[in-house]
Design a protein around this ligand. Structure first.
Ligand SMILES: [Zn+2]
Length: 274
């Protein structure tokens, strides 16, 4: 057996194990619920291990001084809605980005701190990401992956890693291009704005971020929102949500001139987790 066949065989085993576990889960809903929760932690841990192995996770940096107060406030507001602890990590990548993985980890790319124009835009982005976790969007998206639906792999031998491991593999391949539908994105915006309002950070930050992206030159638009569909619809949905809930959102100023500047040290040193 050559290396390719070896890989193919082990991949098929992985998928077979996944299908088997998925089947078991469906027949026992109560068990499935706790199993799914554990699965989310496992998926998150595998992604963490991979990012750590690639030397991307920043262990310490003055940039955490900017991130921490926002992350702490979001954690206080969002934690009651998710049953694993939220943890925020800075990672080093070229494209400004933020992504949350199942299990509660939220990754903030260092360059996003330089791209965001103000504290509210950064907070809005992180509230949005945390909401994907609250809604279990990533797991749902991975489960819909075509490779899980392929019939022929079901016949493969029942050996190999767990369903969580397979989902983590799929997630790692798509970490930077998770293509949620417009509805899923909009739902994360709305929940995100509720979370942000609860923190006290102005939830208009997410609207301002969309507007900045629209005004940015092509090629400068970070992947973070460029592949998130229907920005104008999402802005409209947010505005509608704000006006329907004046008791929550009425106190926040829609004018970006009211924003708090995000002061980030230039070329901040970074120590990586090994
Ligand atoms: Zn999103």
């Amino acid at each position: 057996m050559n290396a390719f066949e070896q890989f193919r065989k082990s991949f098929l085993c992985t998928i077979a194990a996944a299908l088997c576990l998925a089947g078991l889960g469906n027949s026992t809903p109560l068990m499935a619920q706790s199993q799914d929760q554990d699965e989310e932690v496992q998926m998150g841990q595998e992604v963490f291990n991979e990012l750590k192995a690639k030397g991307e996770i920043i262990e310490s940096s003055p940039l955490y001084d900017q991130l921490k107060p926002i992350a702490d406030a979001i954690t206080r507001a969002a934690q009651p809605r998710y049953n694993h602890p939220f943890k925020f990590y800075l990672v080093h990548e070229q494209q400004p980005n933020a992504f949350a993985t199942p299990g509660g980890n939220v990754y903030v790319v260092d360059s996003l701190l330089y791209f965001a124009k103000n504290t509210e835009e950064l907070a809005g982005t992180l509230c949005h990401e945390v909401s994907h976790t609250i809604h279990h969007d990533t797991v749902t998206l991975m489960e819909k992956d075509q490779r899980l639906e392929r019939r022929e792999v079901g016949a493969a031998i029942l050996l190999g890693p767990t369903r969580a491991h397979l989902l983590a593999i799929l997630l790692l391949g798509k970490l930077h291009s998770l293509s949620y539908s417009r509805d899923v994105e909009s739902r994360a915006d709305i929940t995100g704005s509720d979370v942000c309002a609860a923190t006290g950070y102005n939830p208009w930050g997410l609207v301002w971020l969309f507007q900045d992206f629209d005004n940015a030159k092509m090629g400068q638009v970070p992947q973070l929102l460029s592949d998130h569909p229907g920005n104008q619809n999402r802005v409209d949905a947010l505005k509608q949500h704000f006006s329907k809930n004046p008791a929550v959102f009425g106190k926040f100023n829609p004018d970006p001139k009211a924003a708090s500047p995000l002061v980030v040290p230039k070329d901040a040193p970074e120590v990586f987790l090994h």
